[in-house]
Design a protein around this ligand. Structure first.
Ligand SMILES: [Zn+2]
Length: 484
């Protein structure tokens, strides 16, 4: 067979095994994997380096307005470039519906924005206004387009749907095979804390972490799961930041719920002490849910290693440390008026590799699963996230020994800081491909604006998840069957 590209002498890593060999690429897809492959118009000598599926970043806010109207600093060009430098071959940012907008309008807006991407992309749809039309016509239309994940919020006044709204979305999602993602924090607990802190004049960045208690996340994670169980719908809990929340996820997964979850590097690497930095610098570390403490870091690492989480995602939410971002409401704004979020799309995988694989917390195969393969399964990326014949040639070649110090300048995003500044990491991606085309090679950008393509997704892979039938809705129990 004539190959366009052969990557030879790699240590090929998948989610299930690692082996020495070659990969043949033809027309953007993996055509062959073998011990030795000859030929190839281009031959890339991997020289024993790790050859793995390119990362799939499943949680990023790109060219997205927050509900309070702050535009993220990265668009699909800078965001996708930064993602590629960080070892990603594709990503799935959010397309956010704000109240009053139709879903069709939202998707058209993001199609125009996404057209600049250098890597392949899809969207998760954020729903904040589930009107009858949205539920009955627009969501099914989005699903038919291959947008098979819908995100909802339990917090923020302009986003929060209430339990009934969530049940509506979960039900529509289940009917069509979509998965519902949820930001789980108890809105009233947070508002009540905000009020108490404001009454005492406590508005510095550090109080952000106090205003959003661990209990608010744990309560909401538990509630979200019970809501999903009532209608037997698949659910994905984003950015789990607490040990208690992770414990609930682990228990409910054990019981068979159609449940998935992620955590993020910031909850593994940083703590709320970062919010205490002098002046307003703590604003750089404001994200929701907030950073926690060292004991939580240890517990979350344990859950990463033991399989509680399908993915470790960046939650890249880039707001600059200036009046276009963090300080849109003034340089001394009280913490509730400071944009929530931090960048991290380029550091997610180097951090997870260095602190996870190099330090022996997780295996290389787990790293592949957590960075790419599991996201492909959960979010229905049928041709991505695996090294196997027929798959898209979305590939990252890693040098496992290269040592770097993280700096904002090396992130290749539109940000003016990185929360991981100064961190020493071992292992970096050197060549990143999307459908066989080299996007980044040894620090140089090789891609053209707009060469990434939108990819339609399949329903979530629910095999091995029996789900949960509420007694009251169980036909076998002779009542309630009419509601199913
Ligand atoms: Zn997010």
């Amino acid at each position: 067979m004539q190959f366009d590209t052969v990557i030879h002498d790699g240590l090929v890593a998948t989610a299930s095994e690692t082996w020495k060999g070659d990969i043949g690429i033809k027309d953007g897809r993996i055509a062959a994997v073998a011990e030795h492959l000859s030929g190839g118009d281009r031959r890339i000598d991997a020289g024993g380096r790790i050859v793995m599926p390119g990362g799939i970043e499943a949680h990023a806010h790109i060219a997205q307005e927050s509900s309070s109207g702050v535009m993220s600093a990265d668009d699909y060009l800078s965001g996708s470039i930064s993602a590629a430098y960080g070892g990603n071959s594709s990503f799935i940012p959010f397309a956010a519906q704000h109240r009053g907008q139709s879903v069709d309008e939202v998707i058209a807006t993001y199609d125009a924005r996404g057209a600049r991407s250098v890597i392949d992309y899809s969207y998760h749809l954020i729903i904040s206004d589930p009107t009858q039309e949205v539920l009955e016509d627009q969501l099914p239309r989005a699903f038919a387009r291959g947008i098979t994940s819908f995100k909802v919020f339990m917090t923020y006044d302009l986003m929060n749907l209430g339990d009934g709204g969530m049940l509506d979305i979960l039900t529509v999602a289940r009917q069509h095979g979509a998965i519902t993602m949820v930001h789980a924090e108890n809105n009233d607990m947070v508002k009540w804390m905000n009020k108490r802190l404001a009454e005492k004049g406590l508005t510095a960045p550090r109080y952000h972490a106090i205003s959003r208690p661990e209990l608010a996340e744990q309560e909401a994670i538990n509630r979200a799961i019970q809501l999903a169980k009532l209608v037997d719908a698949p659910l994905f809990i984003v950015h789990v930041s607490t040990e208690g929340g992770a414990e609930i996820v682990r228990r409910e997964k054990f019981n068979g719920a159609k449940l998935y979850a992620e955590t993020c590097p910031q909850y593994l690497a940083l703590t709320r002490a970062d919010l205490d930095r002098p002046g307003m610098e703590g604003a750089k570390y404001i994200c929701s849910p907030p950073l926690r403490d060292g004991a939580t870091q240890n517990a979350l690492w344990h859950h990463v290693a033991q399989g509680t989480f399908e993915s470790v995602s960046s939650d890249h939410a880039p707001y600059r440390y200036d009046t276009t971002g963090k300080f849109l409401n003034g340089e001394n704004a009280p913490y509730p008026k400071i944009a929530n979020g931090m960048p991290g799309i380029a550091t997610r995988l180097p951090y997870l590799f260095s602190e996870g694989v190099v330090k022996g917390r997780i295996t290389l195969e787990q790293f592949v699963a957590l960075s790419s393969t599991n996201a492909a399964k959960v979010f229905g990326c049928a041709n991505k996230g695996r090294i196997a014949p027929g798959m898209d040639a979305d590939i990252a070649i890693w040098n496992p020994e290269n040592r770097v110090t993280v700096t904002a300048a090396d992130q290749h995003d539109n940000m003016d800081y990185t929360p991981f500044e100064g961190m020493e990491l071992t292992g970096t991606p050197e060549i990143i491909m999307t459908r066989g085309a080299t996007i980044v090679e040894h620090g140089a950008l090789k891609a053209k604006e707009g060469q990434g393509q939108f990819f339609a997704r399949q329903p979530a892979d629910l095999r091995g998840k029996p789900g949960y039938i509420a007694k009251e809705l169980d036909p076998a129990q002779n009542f309630g069957a009419e509601l199913r």
